[in-house]
Write a protein that binds this ligand. Structure first.
Ligand code: ATP
Ligand code: ZN
Length: 391
């Protein structure tokens, strides 16, 4: 017997669900590739790829003709995709509008970066062995990659944002410049973690009297661009020897006279009989954003996440301070409150000459400050941590 229309629609729906469940279970692009290659004929897969490829160009507002020239996809198909992009089921939009943030996969920045994003309210399924972490409660995904790849991914608009050391950002910028290209990313925030310095070091016995001592010497480093720039700025002729890691053993191997590497405590240098002689740059983790236009919706989302990030960064040092003060001492007390804007002044029940003062201090409040406030006439002092802030 032929199933009735409703019945067959439901069956179709269930069958589709089964397929979609299978798609969701795929964990990376290799698994997807194999799945679709087995599932579709080459022509079917090509048709899917064509339509999806067109979405990105339509987002960039390119004329259909131009998209056709770039992709070979027919203008009819492009028109169809455009229609569904604006009036469809939101299917094209959903993955397009997701923000991708490049984060170091495993290393010194990983934990802090993810922690920071979690403080911004992002919930992610953590599985560090995978390339992508999907945001559960916001349309934001994390791409887990080597830190060296982050500026490139953001510059090429594969990711919208990235969290990476300034050292890597500047080195990449110089590399692109040397190739006559420009880094298509901008630096937005300094994140106050991953602090280190790019330092020049020499074997302990070396007599270093300034950059001139480097003349005609060999410097081992992973930061060839930054070292060459430093040498150029100081008018020094020296050779850079590229090491991708374990730079500190270069002098012992007889491969270099100096090294230039990242240092935080200096213990690695010490353990290798090296002394720090100069600092080329101070570094910390920063947020970079692609210069590619994001489109209105996506930009709004990026702005939202950046605003939260700003809040999280401000909150870190901020304190909420409450105290009672004689009206007469108000001006003096206001001046003593560290890094605060206009405080809230409230009347106190049953007294006219005393008020309550509440203020957010954007700096740490030390005991000395409290003692000074007390000396100025303040009483009932209370300092509280601030959990969230939205300026
Ligand atoms: P990847 O596999 O991602 O390339 P990596 O070995 O290059 O890892 P890490 O050693 O994890 O990178 O360092 C990542 C970043 O941490 C550095 O680029 C730098 O910005 C920062 N950092 C902070 N302190 C140090 C330090 N003492 N030594 C090296 N990097 C440091
Ligand atoms: Zn690296």
């Amino acid at each position: 017997m032929k199933p009735n229309r409703n019945e067959s629609a439901r069956q179709q729906h269930d069958a589709e669900d089964a397929l979609f469940e299978a798609v969701i279970s795929l964990r990376n692009s290799d698994e997807c590739r194999n799945f679709f290659k087995d599932l579709c004929t080459p022509a079917e897969l090509q048709a899917l790829v064509d339509r999806w490829q067109v979405v990105e160009y339509l987002e960039q507002d390119l004329p259909y003709r131009k998209i056709h020239d770039l992709t070979g996809v027919s203008v009819t198909t492009i028109g169809r995709v455009a229609r569904f992009l604006s009036d469809g089921f939101g299917g094209y939009r959903t993955p397009e509008q997701r923000i991708k943030i490049a984060v170091q996969k495993t290393g010194r920045l990983t934990e802090h970066s993810i922690d920071l994003l979690e403080r911004c309210g992002l919930k992610i399924t953590k599985s560090k062995d995978q390339l992508i972490c999907y945001g559960e409660n916001m349309p934001i995904d994390l791409l887990l990659v080597r830190d060296d790849d982050i500026p490139g991914l953001v510059s090429e608009d594969v990711c919208d944002l990235g969290i990476v050391g300034l050292n890597i950002v500047e080195e990449k910028r110089l590399k692109l410049e040397s190739e006559g290209r420009e880094g298509l990313f901008k630096q937005i925030y300094e994140l106050d973690f991953g602090h280190c310095r790019l330092a020049l070091a020499a074997p302990d016995a070396t007599d270093y009297t300034g950059p001139k001592s480097l003349e005609n010497k060999r410097i081992a480093t992973s930061y060839v661009g930054l070292v060459r720039k430093y040498l150029k700025n100081n008018g020094i002729n020296a050779e850079t020897v590229y090491f991708s890691g374990a730079v500190e053993i270069a002098p012992k191997l007889g491969r270099a006279d100096y090294i230039c590497d990242l240092v935080s405590t200096g213990s690695t240098l010490k353990a290798n009989g090296l002394t720090e002689v100069d600092v080329l740059m101070d570094s910390e983790a920063v947020v970079i954003q692609t210069l590619a236009p994001l489109g209105e919706e996506k930009q709004a989302l990026v702005d939202k996440i950046l605003q939260r990030l700003d809040g999280v960064l401000q909150v870190r040092e901020s304190k909420y301070i409450m105290l009672h003060a004689p009206r007469a001492a108000l001006a003096e007390i206001r001046d003593l409150l560290p890094g605060s804007e206009a405080p809230t002044v409230l009347p106190l029940d049953g007294t006219d000459d005393k008020v309550a003062v509440h203020a957010v201090c954007r700096e740490n409040v030390f005991w000395e400050t409290l003692e000074n406030l007390k000396a100025a006439g303040a009483s009932s002092l209370l300092v509280l941590p601030v959990e969230k802030m939205l300026a």
